[in-house]
Design a protein around this ligand. Structure first.
Ligand code: RIB
Ligand code: CA
Length: 324
C-alpha cells in the first residue's frame, strides 16, 4: 500500500454522498484518515449526510469525531442530489450496525475552535472540503483570524472551463451555496480547487472497476463499495451513455495525498456568480487580471494524470476490502 505518513492533522467537511464515502476510503487507505469530520447538507439533507458518514466510518473501522453542521445554505433554497446518489445518499448500500453518533451539532464552533488554536500555536490544519462551503464560510465570518490556522485547503467544486453539472454553468457544491463559496474565494489564500471538468473528463472505465473489485475479498466492505460504484456507473451511463465511474471527491482526496496526480493547473483569483438568471453558482477564473482584482490566488486543477488516479483508486478498493 502506498503510504502517506504526513502528520499534519486533517479536517474533512462532507455532504455524505457516494463519492464522499469513497474519498474517505481513499484517505484511510493511503494513511491519511481525517482527525475530525464536519458534515453539511448537500447531496442529501444534513441528518442523512451525517448518518452516511458515521456508517462509512463504521465500515472503515475508523474512530473519528463527527460534528453536524449547516442544514441550509447562507441564502436561498436548499438543493440536493438524490437523483445522483440515491434517496439515502449511499445508493441503498447495506449498512453496518453501529453505536456511534455525532459528537455535537456545532460543526461551525468546532471549526472555529480547532482552527483558531492552530493559528495561535502556528500548527496549521489541512482542510478537505467535499460539499457546499457553508460551514467554513460561517466559521470565517465569526472568527476571521482562524484563516491563519488553515494549512492546505483543498476544495472539490466549481468549474474551470464553464461546464457545469447541476446547471449548464455551475457545479453542484458551489451552486448549493454560492454566497459561502464567495466568502472562501475572497478570503483564503492559495486554496487548491478541483473543479468538475478534470473529474468528468477522467472517469475510471467500468471494466477497470470490475477488475479492481474482482481482485478484492468478498464481504460486507466489498458489497458496500460495489453498491457505491454501481450507482456512480449507472448515473454516468444514463448521462453520458458510457460505462464508467466519475470520482469527484476521491480526485480531490488524491490531489491532497499526491500532488503528482495534477498534470496542469492555473493560478489566479476566482469569482463566484451569486446572481445571474442562468449562471448562479458559476465560478469564474480571473485568468487575465485586467480588472486588477485584489482577491487571493487559487490553484485551479485543469488536467490530471488519469493513470495515477486509477492506481490510487485500485489501491483503495483492495486495501479496504482486503485481498481474497
Ligand atoms: O459536483 C460533484 C460534487 O457534488 C461532489 O462533491 C459530489 O459529492 C456531488 O454531489
Ligand atoms: Ca460531496
Amino acid at each position: 500500500m502506498p503510504g502517506n505518513e504526513k502528520t499534519t492533522p486533517l479536517i474533512v467537511d462532507t455532504d455524505g454522498g457516494i463519492d464522499d464515502a469513497l474519498a474517505l476510503m481513499m484517505l484511510s487507505a493511503h494513511g491519511r484518515p481525517p482527525s475530525l469530520i464536519t458534515t453539511s447538507f448537500g447531496n442529501v439533507e444534513l441528518d442523512q449526510a451525517t448518518d452516511n458518514i458515521l456508517d462509512t466510518l463504521a465500515i472503515l473501522d475508523l474512530d473519528c469525531p463527527v460534528h453536524k453542521g449547516a442544514a441550509q445554505p447562507l441564502s436561498g433554497e436548499r438543493v440536493d442530489a438524490v437523483e445522483i446518489h440515491g434517496e439515502d445518499g449511499l445508493a441503498g448500500a447495506v449498512r453496518p450496525s453501529r453505536s456511534t453518533t455525532a459528537l455535537s451539532e456545532k460543526a461551525v464552533a468546532v471549526l472555529c475552535e480547532n482552527l483558531s488554536t492552530a493559528a495561535q500555536e502556528n500548527a496549521p490544519i489541512d482542510l478537505l472540503m467535499l460539499g457546499p462551503l457553508t460551514n467554513l464560510a460561517l466559521a470565517i465570518s465569526i472568527e476571521p483570524a482562524l484563516i491563519r490556522g488553515i494549512g492546505q485547503l483543498t476544495i472539490m467544486g466549481g468549474t474551470c472551463f464553464g461546464r457545469g453539472n447541476i446547471t449548464p454553468a455551475a457545479e453542484f457544491n458551489i451552486f448549493a451555496d454560492p454566497e459561502a463559496a464567495a466568502v472562501i474565494f475572497e478570503r483564503i489564500p492559495l486554496a487548491v480547487l478541483v473543479p468538475w471538468e478534470p473529474c468528468v473528463d477522467n472517469p475510471v472505465p467500468g471494466a477497470r472497476v470490475d477488475a479492481f473489485l474482482n481482485a478484492a475479498k468478498p464481504g460486507a466492505t466489498h458489497m458496500f463499495i460495489k453498491a457505491l460504484c454501481d450507482q456512480g456507473r449507472a448515473v454516468h451511463q444514463q448521462h453520458h451513455n458510457k460505462d464508467a465511474l466519475v470520482l469527484p471527491d476521491p480526485l480531490a482526496a488524491a490531489v491532497l495525498l499526491d500532488g503528482a496526480v495534477v498534470a496542469t493547473s492555473r493560478r489566479c483569483p476566482v469569482l463566484v456568480e451569486c446572481a445571474g438568471q442562468h449562471t448562479r453558482g458559476a465560478t469564474i477564473p480571473v485568468a487575465n487580471n485586467k480588472a486588477g482584482t485584489k482577491r487571493p490566488d487559487v490553484d485551479i486543477v485543469e488536467t490530471i494524470d488519469p493513470a495515477r488516479l486509477e492506481q490510487m483508486f485500485e489501491a483503495t478498493i483492495v486495501h479496504m476490502a482486503g485481498q481474497p
